[in-house]
Design a protein around this ligand. Sequence first.
Ligand code: 5GP
Ligand code: ZN
Length: 137
Amino acid sequence: MSDCIFCKLANGEIPTNTVYEDENYRVIMDANPANPGHALVLPKKHGKDIFELDSDTVAGAHAVAKKVAEAAVEVLKADGVNILQNNGEAAGQTVSHFHIHVIPRFKKDWPAMPLHQAAVTEEETKKICADLAAAIK
Ligand code: 5GP
Ligand code: ZN
């Protein structure tokens, strides 16, 4: 998909903070993080949502999300992690290329905060990105 921003990010056409990459996936830092360390798992293959992608690609994306969640607990000392995946405008999907949100959560967030943009500097994001990248097994 030549006009898809996440295709360009996933396939390295546009450089971005990368937490993890393998043959089929790239994990990037969300540009408007709901919390420090908010990451997005992007398949390199285009499919606009879960319905358009084959199950192996969807399952593989969740296996990658698990690795990132484990790194977030280890590195950021997250008390919990939200793994979210929106399909369609009605479900809150704003970018039409399947992606999984991995959002570190902390006890201080309680009572459960609605997701909104956190104040995280580019420098903090770069540091977190590098620390997570190093922790992913
Ligand atoms: P959705 O609402 O579709 O589930 O989530 C889209 C997410 O992608 C949002 O959290 C938004 O901040 C993030 N996002 C949108 N455009 C970009 C971009 O160009 N770069 C990065 N890193 N994140 C983006
Ligand atoms: Zn795409």
